[in-house]
Design a protein around this ligand. Structure first.
Ligand code: ATR
Length: 284
């Protein structure tokens, strides 16, 4: 019987995933005996692949595109935040039934509030996009009690559906939550978060500069070249910018704690990964 516990990132594709190096760094730092692998799942065989991994001694996995919704359906028990997001990015293979959680929102929030030192309480927040990325973080953003969150999306009906599922929580937290079209989503937001995949499609920044308050914080949930067009635009309008690398490492730390019961120090891992990502970026 192996004494080293196995974890993995399950997705398609997974070759690009930074999760193995992040969790290897956490394991080295905390002395936890584990290995973390990549689990490429055929598009029609996510459940079977993850079940085989668990049967072979796997203790848990992270889930990435496009399986977060299938993972939600596979979990026997869900955290409240995973239930709200309708998606799971962390599975723990408990004997009494698989536990599904979603650490994306907590990761984003920690990166904004602790790493970037921008508490959201009382602030006006604009969230762009109403797909999986935005659904994964909206509950955590509401939990930070900003004054207002506007969810703006190309298809307004999707933004409306997303806020409808979060309205009870928003009421309880005293947050004004609304949906809007991209072309008319208001102005003067102190925090702007991009959860669209517009830049992957080579599309232009989908909002005008009037959405930014002076000195706004702008976060793209992607990192590397995918985040560059949006963040370059924001920087050119005087915003403080942040890509999704901090969020990636913070959501991983949250998953690590769910599995191992201890929380790694994310700062040195973020520094190392930042250097690796910047070294790969094409020269401007
Ligand atoms: P993900 O899981 O990455 O969030 P998704 O669920 O397909 O992927 O959602 C993609 C998001 O990016 C959606 O909000 C989408 O808008 P629509 O709901 O109107 O499709 C948004 N998006 C994609 N391409 C876009 C573009 N060119 N301009 C504006 N928004 C775009």
């Amino acid at each position: 019987m192996s004494v080293v516990d196995r974890y993995a990132v399950a997705g398609n594709p997974v070759a690009h995933s930074r999760s193995p190096e992040i969790h290897a760094a956490f394991a080295a730092q905390t002395g936890q005996p584990l290995v973390y692998e990549r689990l490429l799942c055929p598009l029609d065989a996510f459940a079977a692949t993850v079940q085989a991994f668990a049967a072979a001694g796997g203790r848990g996995c992270n889930i990435t595109v496009p399986f977060k919704f299938e993972a939600h359906a596979l979990a026997a028990r869900l955290s409240e935040r995973a239930r709200l997001a309708g998606a799971v990015n962390t599975l723990r293979f408990d004997a009494e039934g698989w536990f599904g959680d979603n650490t994306d929102g907590a990761g984003l929030l920690r990166d904004i509030e602790l790493n970037a030192q921008r508490p959201l309480a009382g602030r006006r927040v604009l969230l762009l996009g109403a797909g999986g990325a935005s659904a994964g973080v909206l509950g955590s953003l509401i939990g930070a009690k900003p004054a207002q969150i506007t969810v703006a999306n190309r298809s307004v009906d999707k933004a409306e559906a997303l806020i409808a599922s979060h309205q009870t929580l928003a009421h309880a937290m005293g947050v004004k939550l609304s949906a809007a079209p991209l072309q008319d989503c208001g102005s003067g937001f102190e925090v702007l978060i991009n959860g669209t995949s517009a830049s992957l499609a080579g599309a232009a920044v989908p909002v005008g500069a009037e959405v930014l308050a002076p000195g706004a914080l702008v976060v793209d949930m992607m990192y590397g070249p995918a985040a560059a067009p949006f963040l370059d635009w924001a920087r050119s309008h005087g915003a403080q910018v942040r890509d999704g690398l901090g969020m990636l490492i913070e959501q991983a730390a949250e998953a690590f704690e769910i599995w191992r019961g201890c929380r790694p120090d994310t700062a040195p891992v973020l520094r190392t990964l930042r250097q690796a990502v910047d070294a790969k970026a094409p020269a401007p």
